[in-house]
Design a protein around this ligand. Sequence first.
Ligand code: CIZ
Length: 301
Amino acid sequence: MFKKIKRLKDERKAVILAHNYQPGEIQDLADFRGDSLGLSIKAAETDAEVIVFCGVKFMAETAAILSAEKTVLLPDKHAGCPLADMITADKLSKLKQKYPNALVVCYVNSPAEVKAESDYCCTSANAVEVVNSLPEGRKIIFVPDQHLGRFVADRTGRDLVLWPGYCATHVVITEDDITDTKAKYPESIVMAHPECTEPVKELSDELLSTGQMLKFVKKSAAKHFIVATEIGIIHALKKENPEAKFIAASDRAICPNMKKITLDKVIRALEDMQYKVMVPEDITVKAKTALDKMVGILPAK
Ligand code: CIZ
């Protein structure tokens, strides 16, 4: 199947992207593996004509916004993100009417139309920097993840208007999961994603996005890590750090949408050029402005 995918990929001049939460075999076949924004930026820099995004819909939309001239395919049209679907552009515009002077920061896990209604986009890796860069005293609406929002409010000391969205995969991780796993592996470092609930984050040693977890482990002298995020990341962590041990905080932390992508569906995507993810031009222009403003305030890497 890998050989067939390689042949089809060459024929279509395609690049295959796999999010850090994808099944291991999809991560292994991809040209690039990473977080949603990093992948979309990398794909935009290639001269590929087709992007196969092994992830969920909002990620493919982000790739389409940053690569308007490329064809973006999502191998399973039902691979959505319940968190992203917890907000709509309409609901956001009603909230904006309540706070007419507020700036809107939207997490990348959101529909393209919501990005278009926002002033700034952010990822879990840069949300704190984005909010810190906004003028003091200015009201800030943060959508759609309340747990990432509370983490940002805590780190920045800013008073945020939060949307009550949440990631169903992260909120299944409980305090007991952390204390029980920590009791079994007392020497380990607990890394939790900011989308986890506040009690889980309080029990954790490090609060990190997926990309930050990969960087943190590389630099750490520790050899045992408890991982409180979607378990797909453990494949990447093990691959990059074969000598270290990674323990899932909960084996229930599996995103059913991420796991909808299979090798078969990647083959069908390339054979039949399906399923095309297209973002209307007016939405692309506005959403790209919010994404570009985020990139503009980050320190050069
Ligand atoms: O931005 C992403 O790709 C997500 C969903 C999580 C992360 O921490 O990388």
